[in-house]
Design a binder for this molecule. Structure first.
Ligand code: ADP
Ligand code: MG
Length: 663
């Protein structure tokens, strides 16, 4: 911007020059064309010359437009005293001297009274007065002679004047030529000036435009400058504020630093304390596991719970006293462990024709759940076992009983989303996930992998199969790796789970798969064992501890026997085969438990797919719980007795000290 200032100054100078030139041109123009037009114009053209010859005054007002005669006559006319006549003679140029001489001559030769050439005759003389007439004529001649003399003088004077005027004219012509030359050069100068002026005007316009642009720019820049100033002010305010805050923060930081030092010392002390506490806690946790296991062992590694389902709507009410639940020694608050079933012996009454005697059958189990027991109560009792699974002990929970006794209700609950009716599987899963979460605080990390299969007629089928895997080749139970004790089911899905929702989805899928099978084969779900397996893996990385254990939740096939009185049609033959298969696998389960209890060298796991699959969850290191589900109906009394007897046998078994699968 600074660099552009000089052009502005230059413009100003040029502009002044232009103004001067314009002023100069405002004088009467001396165009050659005008001069050529006539003497009038010549007079105008001579104006500058007149100005140069100040002092001539009126003398310079010579009317050159007139012809020689009138010029002389006008000159000859007395004009009275003029400024030129009064002023000094040397003021004018050549022309002035000539004019002066002319005027002098005029004075010397005043105009004669031309109006009176002849003297008035004194009255007409009589013709006879010749003398008088001669006298008159002589007088008249004298007058004419005088007049002629005067005229001659006058003529002489005029000729002198003419001569002077001619000289003057010649001088004026010379002057005129000089002036025309001057005029031409002035005109050339004027043209050049005009061109310069035009160029300057254009330049001025251009500069004015440029100036306008620059002024706009300046305005914009000024506006921007104002805005920037405002912004600068705001920023300065903010800066001040920030500085204030910074100072405050620095002060706070200083105090915090000292506090941090203090806290660090405290933290170091607490870290040491925490490490000690952690060690103590770990020791306590290990102690808790040991004691928990001891408690479970005291309760028995094989436990049997009896659950009697309620009478359902539409079912006949059993006679009073058919099923009794005597409370324990501690009174009604003591949870029942005994069950008494009365059965009238119809055969004896038929033989003796006496009123049918009733036989009481008393059973004692680890716990008995009467018909009104809630799912929650049932789960409370087994939650300890779930804890054992987390601690690394294999756990196996069975539901045994005839079809319709409540096994599936106990294991899975009733579908429909009512949380009160949720069975053991979803509750156990929720408990596992929540305990695993708590244990993560102590450094334990748990992972869970679920599988769900059914064993029907000694064939294994995956209940979690989806899409194309459904109905694919038969599943086989195999060792996970050669030489490994771990078993796996080929073609079955093993799904990692980490929350209840995932487990819910799996149970729903299994339910759907069973429903498909049910339509294909009549009530197959009751005729097959469903095995829900959850592989629990826990790791304490800091202490290099690992615990792996399976949790098995088994909904066994209906334990009812086939009516021996039934005639065997083609359908019944299938049913017989089914029943034989079920009975065989259930009795194998009993035999395996017996063999384990009796510490026999051979345990017949391989006699059924069920025991083969569950072999790692039965025996020495495992904990087993069997629910014996009982129908409350009198018509099912025979099957109920069979179930209760089987369960009692199992209950009498004691399997050796369980050992946690710790590595
Ligand atoms: P199972 O699996 O032994 O064949 P279910 O579990 O299917 O028997 O039970 C048969 C019927 O009895 C079902 O309608 C079930 O809802 C009902 N039921 C079983 N146990 C109970 C119980 N404790 N409370 C209420 N209803 C039950
Ligand atoms: Mg069932």
């Amino acid at each position: 911007m600074q660099a552009q200032r000089p052009p502005l100054l230059e413009v100003k100078r040029n502009f002044e020059l232009k103004t001067t030139l314009v002023k100069a041109s405002s004088r009467p123009p001396l165009s050659g064309s005008r001069l050529k037009r006539g003497p009038d114009q010549m007079k105008e053209a001579l104006e500058p010359a007149k100005k140069r010859t100040r002092g001539l005054g009126a003398v310079t007002k010579i009317d050159t437009s007139r012809s020689k005669g009138p010029l002389l006559s006008s000159l000859s006319q007395p004009q009275g005293p003029t400024a030129a006549q009064k002023g000094p003679k040397k003021t004018g140029p050549r022309g002035c001297t000539a004019v002066g001489s002319v005027l002098k001559n005029q004075k010397l030769a005043p105009t004669a009274p031309a109006q009176k050439p002849v003297r008035k005759r004194p009255g007409k003389r009589p013709d006879w007065d010749l003398k008088g007439q001669l006298c008159d004529l002589t007088e008249e001649l004298k007058c004419y002679r005088e007049k002629t003399q005067k005229l001659d003088q006058e003529n002489q004077g005029l000729q002198e004047q003419l001569k002077e005027a001619q000289e003057q004219a010649a001088a004026l012509g010379t002057e005129r030529n000089t002036l025309e030359g001057e005029l031409a050069s002035v005109r050339t100068q004027a043209e050049q000036c005009q061109q310069k002026l035009e160029a300057l005007c254009a330049r001025v316009l251009e500069l004015e435009e440029w100036l306008g642009t620059k002024e706009n720019l300046i305005q914009e820049l000024q506006k921007e400058q104002l805005e920037l100033q405002e912004e600068r002010k705001a920023l300065a305010t903010r800066l001040e504020e920030q500085e204030r805050r910074l100072q405050a923060s620095e002060a706070a930081l200083l105090s915090n630093e000292s506090e941090v030092v203090c806290l660090r010392q405290k933290t170091a002390a607490q870290v040491t304390l925490l490490a000690e506490q952690g060690d103590r806690l770990h020791g306590l946790e290990m102690e808790r596991r040991r004691l928990h296991n001891q408690l479970q062992e005291l309760k028995g590694n094989i436990r049997v719970f009896c659950r009697v389902r309620p009478v359902l709507a539409g079912e006949p009410t059993p006679s009073p006293g058919f099923l009794l639940f005597p409370h324990g020694p501690a009174g009604p608050s003591d949870p029942p462990t005994r069950l008494s079933l009365s059965r009238s012996d119809d055969r004896r009454s038929t033989l003796t024709r006496a009123p049918a005697p009733t036989t009481r059958h008393d059973f004692s189990f680890d716990r008995v759940f009467p018909p009104g027991s809630k799912q929650e109560e049932v789960f409370e009792e087994i939650s300890m076992l779930v804890q054992s699974a987390l601690d690394g002990y294999p756990v196996c929970i069975f539901a045994y009983g005839q079809t319709g006794s409540g096994k599936t209700f106990t294991m899975e609950g009733r579908p429909g989303g009512d949380p009160q009716l949720e069975g053991l599987i979803p509750r156990a899963m929720r408990h596992l996930f929540s305990v695993a979460q708590e244990m993560s605080g102590q450094g334990w990390t748990y992972s869970f992998v679920a599988s769900y299969v059914e064993i029907y007629n000694e064939t294994v089928r995956d209940l979690l199969a989806t899409g194309t895997r459904k109905g694919q080749g038969e599943c086989e139970i195999r060792r996970a790796r050669p030489g490994s004790e771990e078993l796996t089911v080929t073609n079955a899905r093993y799904v990692p789970v980490s929350c209840e929702r995932e487990v819910e989805a799996l149970l729903h899928l299994a339910h759907q798969n069973r429903a498909v099978a049910r339509t294909a084969q009549n009530e197959r779900s009751s005729r097959s064992h469903s095995v829900f397996q959850l592989q629990i893996s826990g790791e304490h990385a800091a202490r290099g501890l690992q615990c792996v254990a399976p949790l098995n939740l088994v909904d066994l096939a209906g334990s009812e026997r086939l009516d021996p009185g039934l005639t065997l049609g083609p359908g019944e033959r299938d049913r017989l085969r089914e029943t034989q298969s079920i009975n065989s696998s259930l009795s194998t389960l009993g035999l395996v438990i017996m063999a384990l209890s009796n510490k026999e060298s051979h345990v017949p796991y391989r006699n059924s797919k069920l025991t083969y699959l569950l072999q790692n969850s039965l025996g020495g290191s495992a904990k087993m719980l069997m629910f014996v589900n009982i129908s409350p109906l009198e018509e099912n009394v025979s099957e109920s007795l069979n179930s209760l007897r089987f369960a009692s046998k199992v209950n009498q078994c004691v399997i050796g000290t369980a050992q946690a699968n710790k590595k």
